[in-house]
Design a protein around this ligand. Structure first.
Ligand SMILES: Nc1nc2c(ncn2[C@@H]2O[C@H](COP(=O)(O)OP(=O)(O)O)[C@@H](O)[C@H]2O)c(=O)[nH]1
Ligand SMILES: [Mg+2]
Length: 147
């Protein structure tokens, strides 16, 4: 499975890529045309955003890349949850802004701290309001389906 990490500069893509053992390919300032070209053949896009920074435009840009590059699946990753006290309200507000920029079927959202590891391999005990799978589990499930 080929996974790409999309998102604005400073969203935490490199930190997350290192944690998950994924290739860290984009800085976030590339042109849409370049991103579409570079993402052809990818199966999954992780769209990483800083939960403190409104991501409506980033969502729109990423959706275009996903669609134009023919990427079958996208997961939105709300990063830096540690910097908002792991609060559900912050996640919910950031997700709502993201979805204002996203026209199609909403992606799955996972709240994480790429720096501290919450909701990556293990859920941890600080994000106790999120009942969905960890990010690793979502990636692993997909690998099993594809195998
Ligand atoms: N507090 C906190 N800082 C983070 C987190 N993820 C990334 N950072 C920091 O945010 C900055 C940008 O991260 P980086 O991975 O380089 O972002 P990129 O530009 O998207 O690759 C760095 O100083 C990281 O240490 C996180 O979950 N929590
Ligand atoms: Mg980077």
């Amino acid at each position: 499975m080929k996974t790409v990490l999309l998102g604005a500069p400073n969203a935490g893509k490199s930190t997350l890529a290192a944690r998950l053992g994924l290739p860290d390919r984009f800085g976030g300032a590339e042109s849409l045309a370049d991103l579409v070209y570079e993402c052809r053949g990818a199966d999954l896009a992780l769209i990483v955003f800083d939960v403190r920074v409104p991501a409506q435009v980033q969502a729109s840009r990423s959706e275009i890349v996903v669609r134009q590059a023919g990427i079958g699946r996208a997961i939105a990753v709300a990063n830096k949850m540690d910097l908002v006290g792991y609060e559900y309200e912050s996640f919910k507000a950031a997700r709502a802004v993201f979805l204002r920029g996203w026209a199609g079927t909403p992606p799955a959202f996972v709240p994480v701290s790429a720096r501290l590891g919450d909701m990556l391999e293990l859920p941890g005990d600080r994000i106790d309001w999120h009942y969905g799978p960890t990010l690793s589990a979502l990636l692993g499930l997909r690998e099993k389906v594809a195998a």
